[in-house]
Design a protein around this ligand. Structure first.
Ligand code: AMP
Ligand code: MN
Ligand code: MN
Ligand code: MN
Length: 285
């Protein structure tokens, strides 16, 4: 299955336009692509059928930021109805929270004599402002050498200019995605650096809230981690998803479709066997 179910366009913090993203996906021989911008469905809404290359099928997607036990956990939604009022309201609210967070960071920067962040953000094509954009600004101003540094020293949980965001909880995100006809997928579980006990608690609470799938294979996963995620997926009886989390062609190690196959114990639980996939895509395939 040539599928990539987690990618970003410039409607959030990716660098490609929706047209360029689908063109690149086609060049990478992808058959099924989900554009899952942070708190935005604008990219795939904006595409006309003529702009989608032949042989490429779009899976309607989104990536919602949530708060769980004080951590930022990302939930991907697939097959969502973008007209669902509950979903559009949540995304609009999160886009506003993103602006408020950016303003709080801009205020902290201004107090240190660094101005111009909001003016810079206003020049971008994004619908959802991300700290990724703010990191670019800080690097451009010479305050950080690279993204990693911008997050660890300036924008992350212990960063000098950090500002909290009041994202919804995972229950709200899962319920909203399910109400909008979608499948809730826990994004990149190993990036949260949870202990085993916490990870199991997260997966249990996620399942109880209506979450049905987790990402098992994504960029930069070594075989041990992949196998571990496969075991977690099986133990929690979740569906298994795959996605590169592509943001930009500049990071060639995270290119579209550059992901390992699902481990053997997850192949039958791959999301393309889920009834929603069958109902939505199999006719058209
Ligand atoms: P936000 O959506 O505002 O919470 O910003 C988070 C985004 O910033 C993520 O989706 C990543 O694209 C990016 N990001 C987070 N941490 C890092 C990091 N350490 N290095 C590079 N990019 C990061
Ligand atoms: Mn991102
Ligand atoms: Mn994410
Ligand atoms: Mn992502």
């Amino acid at each position: 299955m040539r599928a990539d179910l987690h990618t970003h366009s410039w409607y959030s913090d990716g660098t490609l336009s929706p047209e360029a993203l689908v063109a690149r996906a086609a060049d990478c021989n992808i058959q099924y692509l989900a554009i899952t911008d942070h708190d935005s469905t604008g990219a795939w809404q904006s595409l006309t059928p003529q702009q989608v290359p032949d042989g490429l099928m779009l899976v309607p997607g989104v990536e919602i930021s949530t708060l769980w036990e004080g951590r930022e956990i990302h939930i991907v939604g697939l097959f969502v109805n973008d007209q669902h009022p509950g979903l559009t309201a949540l995304l609009q609210q999160h886009q506003e929270l993103r602006r408020i967070r950016a303003q709080a960071i801009a205020d902290k920067l201004a107090a240190s004599g660094i101005t111009g962040l909001m003016a810079h953000l206003d020049t971008l094509p994004c619908q959802a402002i991300s700290r990724n954009h703010i990191a670019d600004f800080l690097i451009e101003r010479g305050l950080a050498g690279n993204k990693q540094q911008a997050f660890s020293k300036l924008l992350g949980a212990r960063g000098r200019y950090r500002a909290p965001a009041q994202w919804c909880d995972i229950g709200t995100a899962c319920r909203t995605l399910v109400d909008a006809g979608g499948l809730a997928v826990l994004a990149h579980p190993d990036r949260y650096r949870l202990t085993g006990v916490r990870m199991n608690r997260l997966l249990s609470e996620f399942s109880e809230a209506g979450g049905e799938a987790m990402e098992v294979s994504y960029s930069n996963l070594n075989p041990d981690k992949l196998a571990h995620l496969g075991d977690l997926c099986e133990a929690h009886r979740l569906w298994a998803s795959i996605g590169s989390d592509f943001h930009t062609p500049d990071r060639e190690w995270m290119d579209i479709g550059k992901i390992r196959h699902l481990p053997r114990n997850c192949r039958e639980r791959a999301v393309w066997h889920h009834p929603l996939w069958q109902a939505t895509l199999s006719d058209a395939a």
